[in-house]
Design a protein around this ligand. Sequence first.
Ligand SMILES: [Fe+2]
Length: 432
Amino acid sequence: MRTDHEPAGITVVLMRAYQRLLQALALVLPFPQPRKLIGAGALRTLPPLMRGRRWRRPLLVTNRQLLQLQLPQPLLQKLEGAGRPCQVFDQVPDNPTIACVEAGLQAYRAGRCDSLVAVGGGSVIDCAKAIGARAANPWLSCRAMDGLFRVVLPPPPLACVPTTAGSGSEASIAAVLTDQERQRKLAMADLKLLPAITVIDPELMLGLPPAITAAGGLDALTHAVEAYIGRSGTPFSNRRALEAISAIARWLPRAHAHGDDLEARLQMALAAHAAGEAFTRTNVGYAHALAHALGCFYAIPHGLANALVLPSVLRFSRPACEPKLAALARAAGLGTSQDSDPMLARDFIRWVEALNQQLGVPPFIASLRSVDIPRISADALQEAHPSYPVPRWMRRSDCEALLTQLLADGASPSDAWFQSIPPAEADSPPEE
Ligand SMILES: [Fe+2]
């Protein structure tokens, strides 16, 4: 189903058909449900569960900052007390690389481990997933497993303990890595990467600084938005995306302003998890494609990169998804029952911008250089096409113009500017 704005030709038709196929797969594939331990103090119930499942030698994957904050230590002590001392791998950087996964694999083998426990944010969880995939499939490199359903043998069991509310990686089938040599992201995506156990314990998030809370929350917001406005929504993903938006609108400002609010932390962790369950069935969109490219070029943290581009991507997409943006506005508690869809769509985009401002996200990308824009655009569109079921097709020139508007010395992105791009035909309404 092409829109007027999409380039004519067999390529776009084939890409849209491929996305339809992925949508159909998401409807019929059996997504394994992890055992979920939810609530303050839930982490304390993990060791007995691991014992019951006969995980004898787990590799604990984390990073140094978290070890310094003593977050994994109670778990380590409990496991040691239960006669299951952990091998610890704490070398995960902010954006995990292939080299980091290989180092983790060495630790896994050195400890003769049989399971994994990831304690950290999305980077740590993604790294643990990739270590498990490599351990079970030693003849397949990370690059060989880049893409959909390329993990052949099931990895060892994994428990995920997110310490931030954002990535939703504990709910997703994906592991995103940085291929430093090729200066690009690679993403393994396979049902086998879903964890066996997920622990959502808000006590672990009480000490997070506001900037981390904002970046994580805005990453979760982007997951929910892109899952919902994309063309591959399922009844389940649409429901979870709307639930996530409602919770983020209510609780993110509170978690940001009052980091010690246990209820706000729990609700944001659940919202990030819901958004993860949504996007792992639908895929993401241009905001993520741009965020990954910007992350590779300038090492901008993933959540912040998403937040920087999301309003512009929504303005660009709006002509093709106004009813869906209006539904998101209602979920966020905006507008009244009398407001039309176009009004609500506009209000939702303005609300995203206001939330960015409230959480300290600038309206421009300070590190963006105009000389890099062609390459960033090419990388982003290469990532997005053909898999991302975006509501409105973006040409290279659109992408370059969008980024130009985000230069620190560029013109302010505005509704008027985005309306100057020829409109696409309206998209179909949400599938619920
Ligand atoms: Fe993300």
